[in-house]
Every structure is written in structure tokens, then in C-alpha cells.
Design a protein. Structure first.
Ligand code: NIG
Ligand code: FE
Length: 411
């Protein structure tokens, strides 16, 4: 199956070879081609070029992109898309003055979602999650990471990861999975967190590995959740199962979680709303990527990750949605890109790089996703007729997407 896109007003993020992580001034460079064509063969980008030399031959489909911009689909490297029910009551509690932490202390928060998930059948969990996945695909997400962490029992954690794997099989989007058993301490282990970590190490991790259910391991390293020592212990167990760390750190407090993540060669450290100078220095001397989640800051009213400072310090930055029922009930990467510009002072070029090339790196997909490169997945966003790519973050509340191609399929 051949599909030719013609008259593309501007083709964004064209790279001759797959690039890995962009940092510093590279993040402000977005290579583009004006008045372009792009040829898809099956699920891959076969070639692209300028309209002065369009390819000859017959094609199964020709899409006229006059006035429209084409870019690689977003990669969303941090989500909790598989969950049961919602938490709009806690949203109202927060409007009335309770903090996120106070709600969690009252048994709400992650434990509230865990209770719902444990009571939900695997089929129903798939149905609810598939609906959300279909929505984010229509918003231009072509690859997504999905975490467990609302199960908190071996059985329920495995159920979540099986659902995420089934989404990967049944939809054209690429799914990467992360085991986040250490998301919160379950009620039954309230006074014996070590016993829960024993369960993670001795039962959950072996079962996840046995079922080949996860690519990554995550820990919520935060006061009131898992300490730096707990994180160290869990990551030391996880490495035996070849699980690479992607860690929730520095959301509310800087407690040393970044240093321990780097010590365990974490691919990414995510959140980073609160950062010390030492944290930034540690990141400067590592291969670990920073991932900012501005929709979470927007929703909870907490500080934004200092993305400008991180980029100026030469730390590679990616953007993700953190789609989850408690702190970011949206999977809209377009909003994330816009809020990175509006609230974190990224340029449109930096934000688009952070949501494509760097986001692909943040989920181990640099070879196949994140740029317009011959041989990469045909995962594309075709915009409506818009004046320029800067219009995408500028018109933050509008849907600028005309259509989406995922794995070579026009959705
Ligand atoms: O990334 N911070 C930890 N985990 C999620 C929120 C979980 C929840 O509130 O349900 C996050 O923000
Ligand atoms: Fe998260």
C-alpha cells in the first residue's frame, strides 16, 4: 500500500538519520522543508522531497496537503492511561481547599484508584482504557508509554500490564509498558512498607518479567511514598530482570531521588517541578533525560518544571502528558506542547523537539519514531490549514489537527 502526500506547506522535523537526544541549542533547531511531498509504503516513510521533483508512478492514495503542515506524531513517554473510573470528587475537594497530599492522606488519591481498579474486570478495564487511547490517537499521539501502579497487588498489577499489552496488539499505536508497583504503599502495608517492597522484589518483579509484561520500572520517589533508600532497593532488584528505570521524582520535594535514579542508569527522570542546583548539576553530568509534565502542574496548581533553566543548562528535555485520573486527566499532547511554551518559556521549536525526537528517546524509540526519516514508522500528523507551525502552541485551545496517520493507516 503506497500513499503519497503532496503540496505539504511545510514538513517538520526532517532528519536524514535517526537522532538520539537533543540538548542545549540543538533543541531550538527544527529542520523543515517547505512545499514538500512524502511517500508512505505500508507502515514506513519511504521517501520525501520538494514538490519540484514529485515521484512518478501510481499510488493507492494521494492526499493533497495544500496549506497544511505535516509533522511526526507525538510520542507520549509518561502516562497512566490504564485506570478504572475517575476522581472528579477529589477535583472538587481540591477546589474547596484540600491539597493533593491531604486527599491522599485521607485514603483518596492513588489508593482510591487502586481500589476501583482491583474491583474492575480485565475486560471492563480494557474497554475504558481503549476509549482513552482512541481519543489520544485522534489528538496525534503515535507512541505511548503506559504504567501500572493502580493495582498494588500482584494480580492487579499484572492485569493492568496485560491490558496495556492488549492495547498494543489491537491498535496501530506503539505501546511501551512500565511496572510501577511502587506507586503507593497499600493500606494493608501501611505500618510495614518493607514487607510491601519485599512483595515487589520477590513476587511482582519476577511475575512481570516471566510474563514479559514490562520494558521499564518506575518508583514514586517522594516524601510519604517511597524514600531514596526504598528506590535504591527496588531498582537494585529490577536490574536483575533487565528493567530500565524511568522514575517519578521531585514532584513535591527534592530528596535525592535524581541522584539515585542516575546511579541506576535511569533513562528518564520525570516531573521535576522542584529542583535544587545539585539536582541540575547531577543531570548535566548524566545520560538521563528530564521529562516535564506541564498538564500536571496546570491541573494541580503546582510549580512548572523549570524547562527553560534545564535547556539552558544543557540537559535534554522531553514533554509528556502524565495522563492519569488524579493529577492530569488529559492525554492531549497538543496542550502539553502549548503549555510548555506558555508556562515554561520553551520556543515552539524546543517544545516540538521535546515532544517528538526527545520524547521518542524517552521511551527507547529513537530508531523508529519521533522524526521524518526514511525507514521510520509512518506516524504523522496532518494539520488543518494553519499559517505556521508556531500557530500550533499559540492557538492552545483549538484543535489544529485535520487527520492522523498511525503505522501507515489513515485514522
Ligand atoms: O504522575 N505522582 C505520582 N503519580 C501520578 C499521579 C497519581 C494519581 O494521583 O493517581 C503522577 O502525577
Ligand atoms: Fe505519573
Amino acid at each position: 500500500m503506497n500513499v503519497l502526500l503532496t503540496n505539504i506547506k511545510e514538513l517538520l522535523q526532517i532528519r536524514e538519520f535517526p537522532v538520539r537526544a537533543l540538548s542545549g541549542p540543538e533543541m531550538n533547531d527544527l529542520p523543515t522543508l517547505k512545499n514538500a511531498w512524502l511517500l508512505i509504503e505500508d507502515d514506513r516513510i519511504l521517501n520525501f522531497g520538494g514538490m519540484e521533483a514529485t515521484p512518478e508512478g501510481s499510488f493507492d492514495q494521494v492526499i493533497d496537503c495544500s496549506g497544511k503542515i505535516v509533522l511526526p506524531s507525538w510520542c507520549d513517554s509518561h502516562t497512566h492511561l490504564v485506570y478504572a473510573g475517575n476522581r472528579e470528587q477529589e477535583f472538587v475537594d481540591r477546589i474547596n481547599g484540600l491539597s493533593y497530599q491531604e486527599i491522599a492522606e485521607k485514603g483518596g488519591g492513588i489508593l482510591n484508584s487502586a481500589k476501583k481498579l482491583q474491583e474492575t474486570s480485565e475486560e471492563e478495564l480494557f474497554r475504558q482504557s481503549a476509549k482513552r487511547l482512541e481519543e489520544v490517537m485522534s489528538l496525534g499521539t503515535g507512541a505511548i508509554e503506559i504504567k501500572s501502579g493502580y493495582g498494588l497487588t500482584t494480580e492487579a498489577e499484572l492485569k493492568m500490564l496485560r491490558v496495556a499489552k492488549r492495547l498494543d496488539q489491537e491498535y496501530p499505536v506503539t505501546v511501551k509498558t512500565t511496572f510501577l508497583g511502587a506507586h503507593a504503599v497499600p493500606k494493608e502495608f501501611k505500618n510495614n512498607k518493607d514487607a510491601y517492597i519485599d512483595l515487589i522484589c520477590n513476587e511482582m518483579l519476577p511475575a512481570v518479567a516471566e510474563g514479559k509484561l514490562a520494558d521499564y520500572v518506575d518508583v514514586f520517589c517522594e516524601e510519604g511514598y517511597f524514600s531514596v533508600e526504598d528506590t535504591d532497593r527496588i531498582l537494585s532488584c529490577a536490574v536483575k530482570f533487565d528493567l530500565i528505570p524511568k522514575i517519578h521524582v521531585n514532584q513535591f520535594n527534592s530528596i535525592g531521588g535524581i541522584a539515585v535514579s542516575i546511579k541506576h542508569n535511569a533513562l528518564t527522570v520525570d516531573h521535576l517541578e522542584v529542583l535544587s542546583d545539585d539536582d541540575i548539576k547531577d543531570l548535566q553530568h548524566s545520560d538521563t533525560m528530564a521529562v516535564a509534565l506541564p498538564a500536571c502542574s496546570f491541573f494541580l496548581g503546582i510549580p512548572y518544571t523549570p524547562g527553560r533553566t534545564l535547556i539552558d543548562a544543557g540537559v535534554p528535555l522531553a514533554l509528556a502528558t502524565d495522563f492519569n485520573p488524579g493529577s492530569s486527566p488529559t492525554g492531549n499532547m497538543n496542550f502539553v506542547v502549548a503549555s510548555a511554551c506558555i508556562k515554561m518559556k520553551l520556543t515552539p521549536e524546543e517544545a516540538i523537539n521535546a515532544a517528538t525526537v526527545n520524547a521518542a528517546y524517552a521511551m527507547g524509540l529513537s530508531e523508529t519514531h519521533g522524526s521524518i526519516t526514511k525507514g521510520k514508522k509512518a506516524n504523522l500528523i496532518i494539520t488543518k490549514e494553519i499559517p505556521s507551525y508556531g500557530f500550533l502552541p499559540y492557538s492552545f485551545g483549538s484543535n489544529c489537527i485535520d487527520s492522523v496517520i498511525c503505522n501507515g493507516q489513515l485514522l
